[in-house]
Design a binder for this molecule. Sequence first.
Ligand code: ADP
Ligand code: ASP
Ligand code: MG
Length: 819
Amino acid sequence: MRVLKFGGSSLASVQRFAEVATIVQQQSSTDSICLVLSAPQGVTNTLVELTDLAYLGSDFAPLLQQLAQRYQQLLADAAAQFATVELTAARQVVEQQLQQLNAQLTGISLLRHCPDHIKAQLLGLGEQFSVALMVALLKAADIAAQALDAVQLVKSSGDYLNATADISASEQTLQSAVASSSARVYVIAGFVSSNAQGETCLLGRNGSDYSGAIVAASLRADACEIWTDVDGVYSADPRQVKNAKLIDRLSYDEAMELSYFGAKVLHPKTIGPLARYQIPCYIKNTLNPSAPGTCIDNDGEGDALVKGISSLEHLTLITVSGPGLKGVVGMASRVFASMARSQISVSLITQSSSEFSISFCVPQLHLSAAKRALQQEFELELQTGLLRPLNIQSDMAIVSLVGDGMRQHQGVAAKFFASLAQARVNVVAIAQDSSERSISAVIEQAACKNAVKVCHENFFSHIPSIDIFLVGCGVVGSELLQQIHRQQAFLHSRQVKLTVYGIANSKNLLLQPDGIDLQHWAEQLSGAKHQFSLPVLADFVRQQHLTNPVLVDCTSAEAVAGQYADFLAAGFHVVTPNKKANTASYSYYQKLRQLAQQNRRRFLYETTVGAGLPVIDTLQGLLNAGDELLAFEGILSGSLSYIFGELEAGSSLSDVTNKARDKGFTEPDPRDDLSGMDVARKLLILAREAGMTLELSDVEVEAVLPAGFATDCSTEAFLAQLPQLDAEFAKRIAQAKAEGKVLRYIGEIVDGKCKVAIKALQVDHPLAKVKDGENALAIHTRYYQPIPFVLRGYGAGAAVTSAGVFSDLMRTLGWQQQV
Ligand code: ADP
Ligand code: ASP
Ligand code: MG
């Protein structure tokens, strides 16, 4: 005998009923079958709503009418699809049910009272309809099916709405029912049962799985198959986690833990009866019957360390604490006895090792009852201060990691908690069962989905992700998008998922939940509706459960740089070539570093000095290794490197400035380069990096242009006036040459002071050779002396700057991969 349980999702329409009939037909040729059926999808919920409406005295007639229509529709569809189907009995069941519902709901409404034993009778009606319709359909398919009465035959005890199976009583009733019949196929309702007095009792919401197990255990079936709408048990709820993995084998214990901690695919009580009689359980998909499904039995260990992650929501964490708990025998048992008396199930318990407090989770729904029970039980202790007032934390969830293999391994818990930290989730309480088969953490419910997703990513999908939001799509921003587009596939093959979810300019913000198509971003951006703002981006990140969001700022705007603090606090990494944040006030500079550390996020700005040259990283590396910056000199501006090189070769200042501008070496207004402020900012960043507490105003700047030269005019007017300076510059160059020197625009740090100026250097000075847009940095440190550490290469240009930003982006993965 095999027991096949079909859930509501497998019985949503006549089409589905027919598919079930086909499965039964195939299996009944080799085995006798007992079908256990749920109500058609949604019917139990409607019955719950109806009793609630009646209880509140509200008008339930329209909803009852809807239920009647749903039943009639199913019958009409059955008649239409199966010409020979005989529906008289099913029609009678419907008629009786509607009469019963009308009468009992009217009674409930009048009395404003709904005793649990009546509620149990009403909520279990949907299953009985499924049986009547299925028997009719099976008969139409020439399968002689016999209905069994679950209320009479499945025996239970305890709560009317959440009863526990009495297997030995059910064994007798079910075995004798089957023995007295010669049918090959039996059909029985799930969810319903009766107690020793014969009163109807339900087996808890979602309890038809449990019915399947009770029937299988009572009949000592060869197998229990749970047919549902997914291919089996997954490593996490496939509705929540897109790339959840199908598990082919689970041990009974693993399945029990997973379902206990919220994997809805199995009712938590299902495994108990099956494990007791060693009956293998298969989870199968009605929509894909040929898929092998998940097998749950005692051999089901497999080699995976962690099999699955589940979550249980809508919980309250109650903490009982106070000196009265310490060393007093029996206090814990009084706490849990009071919960048991009130029929409240406790899902996780932790006790502090000092025995000063006990914390446990109960369903939020039962909070008032739990409080009442505890206050009654400990009235005296609470009054005399032996116990502190109860501490209640609502809206909590439990995230659990389950797997038999965890017990032979170290480091799983560490990885679990590192993952929760990575998801920026605060862990409120922790529990591990002594078999080390599961580890659970109590966290705030709002963070639950994200926590599951991050844990799943770390334990199951080895592809870490970088989730990019780019603001500023000028030369560097657009080049970066092109580079990302080119590299996405390569990086994916190297196990990194790089996705641009958002692109913003000063007007619009484009957001795409599946990532932006980087071939057509410009058209899409111009039609985008949003505007760049932290709340919009943070909302998006939350909704999409992104785990590694990065703000990439390719603007040079102070307004954007001023928001980095808020972005870091909201969980974004910040990557930027924009110098404005690091050259704002020193207190903001420090605040950014503190926030990054507190939030375990990275603030990366390698390209703010020397573009793609590895300046910041090298300096940080040296300082971390105990080195110290003694002095610095360098050519830090690509455009000024070009201009001074050309001046040396004989060009005039005005000519070379125009040429540099045409080549895109300068800022749109060349005065921004010639003012020396760009170099001053780079120098300040280096100085601060080396530990100096300086402000931008502390940097002494000698501009390339004389003070006050053509400041109040348009760029064009400025360029028109520039030839006035040609003679003066030609003279300075000639004078330097006569002394065997060349002019260079140098930034230097000497004796703790930063200075930017035009300097005349001997031709054999290392920086004298630097021109054509090249940058060079000579870093004198304690370790590097007397010969300094020198970095040299292109220090400007879209391609190298974007590549530097790209490499910073990759570094946001650094600690994520260590998890
Ligand atoms: P049925 O109506 O067949 O009883 P349920 O809705 O009760 O179906 O259970 C199946 C659902 O359980 C799936 O659709 C899935 O969303 C959910 N689920 C939760 N956790 C898991 C998991 N770990 N593996 C598979 N399904 C899961
Ligand atoms: N129909 C019941 C419910 O919805 C039992 C089940 O489907 O498992 O809770
Ligand atoms: Mg179910």
